[in-house]
Design a protein around this ligand. Structure first.
Ligand code: DX5
Ligand code: ZN
Length: 227
């Protein structure tokens, strides 16, 4: 189970302080949302910003590219300290090549899927990815309501993962709080990206510990063992 605070919900006026909070929080990854004002109707931050975060946080940097042309940014994000780069399946024909390019930098490759996109679109890529990120809100903004209709997609992805004996991570991103994380874990998610819920707590350490405890309690693998 991987807990990944999303930096989009941090206080941008205190970047170093916020990065250190994550570093000491007991979380596993730091999720970084890159929005280009084109693929999504918002702009967040770019490689220079990520580079300024890197010295303050040793966590695995999970870079989520909500961008129409992500490949023009790969090299800069590698230089900035990315460990994984995630592109969107909605980019269609380009996806196979994008995943291959990420791998050619020696980085982990991930694929994200938006709520309205049918899950079968990710099928051709499942043996080529390290992570599948199921968007549980329409991307572009933090603090949105979790879309429950995405739960069957997580369940389907988990079934394919078992059937095909693959071991990519299944992440959820958007509206993940102390209630919805349990629903996601129950259907097979194992990476929990959470912005508002984790950053807007006085103690990030306590929030991470709480979310970890909840998702572990809903881990279907452990439930099987208990039977
Ligand atoms: C949404 C982003 C998310 C966002 C999640 O477009 O991809 O990573 O930061 O934020 P919360 O947890 O506040 O919904
Ligand atoms: Zn994200």
């Amino acid at each position: 189970m991987i807990i990944a605070p999303s930096f989009l919900a941090s206080d941008f006026s205190r970047v170093a302080h916020e990065a250190k909070r994550v570093d000491r929080s007991g979380a596993d990854w730091l999720h970084l949302d890159i929005m280009d004002g084109n693929f999504v109707p918002n702009i967040s931050f770019g490689p220079a910003f990520v580079k300024s975060v890197r010295p303050h946080c040793k966590k695995f940097f999970d870079v989520h590219l909500m961008c129409e042309k992500p490949d023009i940014l790969f090299e800069a994000f590698v230089q900035a300290g990315a460990d994984q780069m995630i592109v969107h399946v909605e980019l269609g024909d380009q996806v196979a090549q994008l995943l291959w390019k990420i791998k050619s930098f020696g980085k982990k490759a991930g694929l994200a899927i938006n709520p309205p996109t049918t899950i079968s679109n990710v099928l051709p890529y499942l043996d080529k990815i390290d992570s599948l990120l199921v968007m549980t809100v329409n991307p572009g903004f933090g603090g949105q309501e979790f879309i429950y209709e995405t739960l069957p997609k997580i369940q389907q992805a988990a079934a394919w993962r078992t059937e095909r004996k693959l071991n990519f991570h299944i992440g959820v991103d958007g509206g993940v709080n102390f209630e919805t994380c349990a629903e996601c874990a129950r259907v097979g998610a194992n990476v929990f990206v959470s912005g508002t819920t984790i950053f807007h707590q006085r103690s990030m350490k306590a929030a991470v510990r709480k979310m970890r405890k909840i998702v572990n309690a809903h881990d279907p693998a452990l439930a099987d063992l208990a039977v």
